[in-house]
Design a protein around this ligand. Structure first.
Ligand code: BTN
Length: 253
């Protein structure tokens, strides 16, 4: 088998959108090819995981969504988010940062969030499309007050302002690399391995995971083949498999 064909990127830059994910999902439903990238200078209704808002002031971040049409067993679809996390990690590392990934999709620098990933699916005439939406903070200048305490940005960490175009190009190249790894032979295991070596959260971390009304506390113990987080729970010393939720690091007692 030869090398996989290079991904065909087409990037559309918008001035303002509600959400680049909404636009990309719409384009996917209309039949857009894999590799379509939507970027906006500003989002008026940027969204995050679990129904949260993603603050998206003008020119303060990269607001990026890519359409994928993966031929992947459905049980491995969650690994697309992890592959995207690795791509963001690589992109930030190439700018001189030392990021960490908090399960499942928060990219942190010095314990503060610099990037988030929201993958959403659309059923289309051409099969299931996955839209991977990525926000990366470029500057902290216009951070809303409540975010300033818990977030950071490329400029805040390096003193340098990168251009949206350059950042989008580097990120797209890294997404291509890890998406192709995911779709290749042994791809799911490779992505789990690549993700795990970039995350201090993957094992031995005392965490609390909240998912709706459910709360699990314990020590992380690696990932399942589909990217779910294993936690050795404090109370009954059982292994909990976390498919979704919000992870918070706890201080060791
Ligand atoms: C999270 O950490 O909760 C995920 C945040 C994802 C934000 C990005 S910005 C580009 C794309 N468009 C959106 O509305 N959301 C994603």
């Amino acid at each position: 088998m030869g090398a996989p064909a290079a991904m065909n990127f087409q990037t559309i830059f918008f001035d303002v959108l509600g959400s680049t994910n909404t636009e990309a999902l719409e384009q996917a439903r209309r039949g857009a090819d894999e590799g379509l990238i939507i970027v906006a200078r500003e989002q008026t209704a940027g969204r995050g995981r679990l129904g949260r808002k993603w603050a998206s002031p003008r020119d303060a971040g990269l607001y990026f969504s890519i359409v994928l049409r993966p031929s992947l067993e459905p049980r491995f679809l969650p690994l697309i988010t992890l592959a995207a996390g690795v791509a963001v990690h690589e992109t930030l590392t190439s700018l001189g940062l030392s990021p960490d990934i908090k399960w499942v999709n928060d990219v942190l620098v010095h314990g503060r969030k610099i990037s988030g990933i929201l993958a959403e699916t659309a059923e289309t005439n051409r099969g299931t499309a996955v839209v991977v939406g990525i926000g990366i903070n470029i500057t902290s200048e216009n951070f809303p007050e409540e975010i300033a305490k818990i977030a950071t940005s490329i400029e805040g960490e390096t003193g340098r302002r990168v251009s949206v175009e350059d950042l989008a190009k580097t990120l797209a190249g890294n997404i291509e690399t890890y998406y192709e790894i995911l779709l290749g032979a042994g791809g799911p295991q490779c992505v789990v391995k690549e993700w795990s070596c970039r995350s201090t959260y993957v094992s031995g971390k005392h965490v609390r995971v909240t998912a709706g009304n459910e709360m699990t506390e314990g020590i992380t113990e690696g990932l399942e083949p589909n990217g779910a987080l294993r936690i050795r729970t404090n109370d009954v010393n059982a292994l909990a498999i976390i498919q979704t939720g919000d992870v918070q690091a706890l201080r060791d007692r």
